[in-house]
Design a protein around this ligand. Structure first.
Ligand code: ASP
Length: 452
């Protein structure tokens, strides 16, 4: 039994929905279909979810929302007309979109989420209608009935573990269930969404809940590439990745799948495959618990920018009990998340995402480190990128880091920091952002082109 999830670009038009129908029709095991809201039809288009954000903003600003409503309704109408689905479903969707502007604004923590969730919810209804018209035994099921019960954290919901029992009951259904992605309901019946892009999370939850044999995530690329195709010309596509490798790559910029989406499927030991709606015969990239065959030491190279490093030096830092804790406490009190802490003997660097460090927080950190911790030097270094080479098999290979360092040195790329976690799934290099692309190309050349 398979759970299949389609992203927004796979559902953006009638032509795309025909492809989706063929994919579902071609395999009887595809019993649970999780859908996003209609996405962009071309680069200039607007995603329905983004149009709902604008609609929400106009509504709470008490502006005229007719234009916002009409645009969204027209998106669905175009699809409905082209698929000849009839007036009934159009009326239902029209009403649902208009009714959003009757919801209370004051003391309504879930209003934004309720607006956003309408993109997925109405699309699921439309798709169920389309499937039925094409003689599939399909039914729309809302997250409440399905049992997707979540915490009351607007825009950042998490599944309540008790949901899995109810979800498992869906296994017995003989219908193809069409489930809107991206949101669940709270214990007191409020609509609450996951973070943006969260339909992937719903798919993973449903796959774990119904104990599927496979979670198929359909998007608009032939799976995952070993490096960013915008940086490396025609990179290899990866046929198989482990969950751990995927997590590392996703962390450093591989954004094919929402990173929270890995957890439910991983814990449920459900293999996942990323496939292309526009090229369904391509095998895609499989994400599994352990490699089935012997894989190369490096399976992918990722890079991400906008990192900042707080570089702290203090003579005899290593002798001072509690120094690290005090530094981290300053960050904690300012509600700053950190990413990595490479250290020297008398110095320590804290690497953060750039957005964490506002100018006010930066001043505060410098002043506290100087006053309270009496550091000798503190310097804030911006415009840094993280480059990661990833592969579970690095553990059993000697010389991977040395090859990478040699590739950097040939290109005159200065390494600011290097770090490897004890799991040895990845090695991370911090460099200046202006050299990020050259660094990725150099590593790709070393690990994927110049094979021994
Ligand atoms: N429609 C939502 C978004 O744009 C969720 C998703 O597509 O996964 O964020």
């Amino acid at each position: 039994m398979k759970v299949i999830k389609f992203g927004g670009s796979s559902l953006a038009s009638a032509a795309q929905l025909e492809k989706v129908l063929n994919i579902v029709n071609s395999d009887d095991d595809r019993r649970f279909v999780v859908v996003s809201a209609p996405g962009k039809r071309d680069a200039k288009d607007t995603k329905v979810t983004d149009a709902l954000v604008k609609y929400y903003k106009a509504y709470i600003a008490e502006k005229d929302v007719t234009e916002n409503q009409n645009w969204i309704i027209q998106r669905y109408r175009d699809i409905i007309d082209e698929l000849k689905l009839g007036q009934n479903i159009l009326e239902k969707i029209t009403k649902a979109i208009i009714d959003l502007a009757n919801l209370p604004i004051d003391n309504n923590r879930f209003l934004y989420d309720t607006f956003l969730a309408a993109g997925e919810d109405n699309n699921a209804k439309l798709i169920a209608e389309f499937f039925k018209k094409n003689n599939l035994n399909a039914r729309y099921i809302n997250p409440k009935e399905a049992g997707i019960i979540v915490t009351s954290e607007p825009g950042n919901a998490r599944l309540l573990p008790s949901s899995y029992d109810k979800l498992e009951e869906l296994r017995d259904s003989d219908e193809i269930l069409i489930i809107p992605g991206f949101f669940g309901v709270t214990a007191d019946d409020q609509i609450c969404t996951f973070s943006r892009g969260g339909s992937d999370i719903t798919g993973s939850i449903v796959a774990a809940g119904v104990k599927a044999d496979l979670y198929e995530n359909f998007t608009d690329v032939d799976g995952i590439f070993a490096a960013h195709p915008g940086i490396v010309h025609k990179p290899d596509s990866i046929s198989e990745l482990t969950y751990r490798e995927m997590r590392e790559l996703a962390y450093a910029g591989f954004s094919v799948l929402h990173d929270e989406a890995l957890i439910p499927a991983y814990r449920g030991k459900i293999p996942l495959v990323i496939k292309n709606t526009n090229n369904p015969s391509h095998p895609g990239t499989k994400i599994i618990l352990e490699h089935t065959s012997h894989s190369a030491p490096v399976v992918g190279i990722a890079g991400d920018n906008d990192f900042v490093s707080i570089n702290i030096s203090k003579y005899l830092m290593n002798r001072e009990v509690g120094f690290g804790r005090k530094v981290l406490q300053i960050l904690e009190e300012l509600n700053i998340r950190w990413e990595h802490i490479p250290t020297g003997i008398d110095d320590m660097s804290i690497v953060l995402r750039g957005r964490e460090l506002t100018p006010i927080k930066e001043q505060e950190i410098i002043s506290q480190l100087t006053r309270k911790l009496e550091v000798d030097e503190v310097e804030i270094e911006r415009d840094l990128s993280i480059i990661m080479i990833v592969g579970e098999n690095m553990k059993s290979h000697i010389g991977v880091t040395s090859k990478a360092a040699e590739a950097f040195s040939k290109k005159h790329i200065n390494l600011e920091m290097i770090s490897q976690g004890s799991s040895e799934v990845s090695v991370m290099f911090v460099i200046k952002t202006e050299q990020e692309k050259d660094a990725i190309r150099a590593l790709y050349q070393t690990f994927f082109k110049a094979k021994d």
